[in-house]
Ligand binder design. Structure first.
Ligand SMILES: *Cc1c(COP(=O)(O)O)cnc(C)c1O
Length: 411
């Protein structure tokens, strides 16, 4: 019989969202009249921008004619899209990033996992706690960790706890770490990193020969002009950071699928024989071998994000969600609940009142207000005592949920 990748058996059962579903279903069955509002989703709710739809419709028509039909595109993505991204997302912010360093993909989630293909198996890996679970689980699958411990952490990973006490920014480690996952603006905490904080990480990475894996999926939600959108706004980051970006949250592409990864040509890693090897050709080889590119139609839709209309329409989408976030923050604060995030990110990170556990607060909110959110403890042990509320929803749902909380909730 074939053997399996035993690392998969180390994975904790996907616990968080099934458990939320179980509790919500049980409540709904017992109270069929309850109108439950879900503010727990990490998915967008508003339709695709008109400019993106128009570009994709035109691309579909091109595919229907022999002269304009497209077969396989470049594995790295079409140059016209990579050049727009380089100019608008990076060079316009003073980042020295060239189109040839940008790889188009069908998602940041897969890129975050796939990037491990080009790294060795003996690296020391650090993640924040709480954390986006993809970073952890992909390292478990790749055999980079030991078994899971009682507290839900994996042996061999370094967890950097983030909480209100450190403004949800991880302290720079004292030990040597090779790969560091950072996500700003952060899912789940909604926190952002100042220029100084990112500079401290870049300086650390340059001093230790580390690589920062920087997830900027929510950069478009930054409203504060002093907060960097890209790690490459920090001097030296070209020599120590890979950045992941996605059209999922800024342009509503969660179901359309387009993202990008930046691998600067100046990045290097050490080979077994001690020589220094560039990472860019490795990722290029990895993508060319295992990936055949994103559809022409979808890349045309992504390109439209950079047109005048596309920029205005994506800005309006983001403003819509950020107004939801403002309503959530203000109403919860008025209800006497301490909130964080939600200013430069579509997530509000709630401190559970009266020392309630994340799950006790979940149950109370469900039973008293019929509102569903996400228990912070589901994102890591240090998320205990916190709760995530998402701004991805209709205005009517957000307003109704907040009205119920201000009227009915008492901790
Ligand atoms: C939504 C999200 C992404 C984007 O993933 P896609 O695969 O591009 O849809 C990446 N990172 C984080 C932390 C996210 O929440």
């Amino acid at each position: 019989m074939v053997t399996i990748n035993d690392n998969y058996r180390k994975l904790k059962a996907g616990y968080l969202f099934p458990e939320i579903g179980r509790r919500v279903n049980a409540f709904a069955e017992a109270h069929p009249e309850a109108n439950i509002i879900r503010l727990g989703i990490g998915d967008v709710t508003e339709p695709l921008p008109e400019a993106c739809r128009a570009a994709m419709i035109q691309a579909v028509e091109e595919m229907g004619s022999r002269d304009t039909f497209k077969g396989y595109g470049p594995e790295q993505g079409y140059l016209w899209l990579r050049e727009k991204i380089a100019a608008h997302d990076f060079q316009a912010r003073g980042c020295d990033i060239d189109a040839s360093e940008i790889f188009i993909s069908d998602g940041s989630k897969c890129d975050c996992g796939n990037i491990l293909d080009i790294f060795g198996s003996n690296n020391t890996i650090a993640v924040t706690d709480p954390v986006y679970p993809v970073y952890v689980d992909t390292n478990v699958m790749a055999g980079h960790t030991g078994p899971v411990k009682d507290n839900g952490e994996y042996e061999g990973l370094i967890y950097l706890p983030i909480s209100a006490e450190n403004a949800f920014t991880a302290p720079i480690p004292t030990q040597k770490v090779d790969l560091i996952y950072l996500c700003f603006p952060n899912n789940p905490t909604g926190a952002v990193a100042s220029r100084d904080h990112l500079k401290a990480w870049v300086d650390y990475a340059l001093a230790h020969g580390s690589i920062i894996l920087f997830d900027a999926a929510y950069e478009a939600f930054i409203t504060d002009p002093n907060i960097p959108h890209s790690i490459y706004e920090i001097e030296g980051a070209r020599n120590c950071a890979i950045e992941f970006r996605s059209f999922s949250k800024n342009a509503g592409f969660t179901g359309t699928r387009c993202a990008l990864t930046v691998v600067p040509k100046s990045l290097k890693g050490k080979a077994a024989d001690g020589s220094e090897v560039e990472l860019h050709p490795l990722w290029n080889r990895r993508q060319s071998t295992k990936f055949n590119g994103v559809s022409y139609i979808v890349q045309k839709g992504a390109e439209a994000v950079y047109s005048e209309e596309g920029k205005a329409q994506t800005r309006a989408l983001i403003d819509f969600y950020m107004e939801n976030a403002r309503i959530i923050r203000e109403q919860l604060t008025a209800a006497g609940i301490q909130v964080y995030g939600g200013v430069n990110a579509p997530y509000v990170w709630v401190k559970t009142p009266n020392g309630l556990s994340s799950w006790d607060f979940f149950d109370k909110l469900l039973q008293v207000c019929n509102v569903v959110g996400t228990p912070g403890s589901g994102f890591g042990a240090a998320g205990e005592g916190y709760f995530r509320i998402s701004a991805f929803n209709s205005r009517a749902n957000v307003e109704a949920a907040m009205q119920r909380i201000t009227e009915k909730f008492t901790a």
